[in-house]
Design a protein around this ligand. Structure first.
Ligand SMILES: [Fe+2]
Ligand SMILES: [Fe+2]
Length: 231
């Protein structure tokens, strides 16, 4: 790719490292509780019915937890794909992991604006075969695309929290692309062994693509040359 992409890939890589530090993830499957805090738990939030932001905050925390775990899970799945010789699938998992870290960081920023601390409990990923891992990834992305985020977006709209609407919308758009690519990979697993697809991730919204046929991110408008290349 062009020089700007490689430059920005470094930028995204650094940004991703920052996000990783934020969510407490490493290249190893993490097991620690992220940002343990005595401030606001989801149970406490759900009981704060007097707060107009309680529902939105509860949903943001759930989404932050989900994205943080998806990030850790996909890094573990990428390692497994590499050991099984599926390098292309490994790059897809790595690209999606970057996107989930961006979603987690976006959710965290809104949580902090509501005066709470982002909280996630990172569970040790259950790693199976790459085919099974792809199936699990498809199920997770499909749930977020079809059920979780549409509900969260609707509730955030009802509460008038536009920033929550935006961060949820950025996520659901990227999850839709992830589900599409994971399905392609599962359906063409052996062909993907020889594939040379390059994935790019929007540093702002996590939109993930293998085709930079646009000047600006179709979801958030970020300039195409700021997309990070996953190698
Ligand atoms: Fe995703
Ligand atoms: Fe974007």
């Amino acid at each position: 790719m062009s020089r700007p992409i490689k430059k920005t890939a470094k930028f995204v890589s650094i940004a991703a490292l920052g996000v990783l530090a934020l969510v407490g993830c490493t290249q190893q499957p993490p097991t620690a509780t992220v940002e343990p805090s005595t401030s606001v738990t989801t149970q406490e939030v759900s009981q704060e019915t007097s707060s107009p932001d309680a529902v939105t905050l509860k949903n943001l925390q759930a989404a932050y937890n989900g994205e943080s775990n998806a990030h850790a899970r996909y890094l573990a799945f990428a390692k497994k794909a590499e050991t099984e010789g599926y390098q292309q699938v490994a790059r897809l998992f790595q690209a999606a992991a970057q996107a989930e870290a961006i979603h987690a960081a976006n959710h965290a920023a809104v949580i902090r604006k509501l005066g709470a601390k982002p909280e996630a409990t990172i569970e040790t990923p259950e790693v199976k075969s790459t085919r099974e891992n792809l199936e699990e990834a498809i199920n997770g992305e499909s749930y977020e695309r079809d059920t979780m985020y549409p509900e969260f977006i609707e509730q955030a709209k009802q509460k008038g929290n536009q920033e929550a609407v935006q961060t949820f919308t950025y996520a659901v758009q990227a999850e839709t692309e992830h589900a599409k690519y994971y399905t392609q990979a599962k359906d063409n697993l052996e062909d993907w062994k020889d594939a040379k697809m390059v994935f790019y991730v929007c540093p702002e919204c996590g939109f993930t693509t293998n085709n930079l046929n646009f000047e600006n991110c179709p979801e958030c408008g970020t300039a195409q040359n700021l997309f990070g290349e996953v190698v």
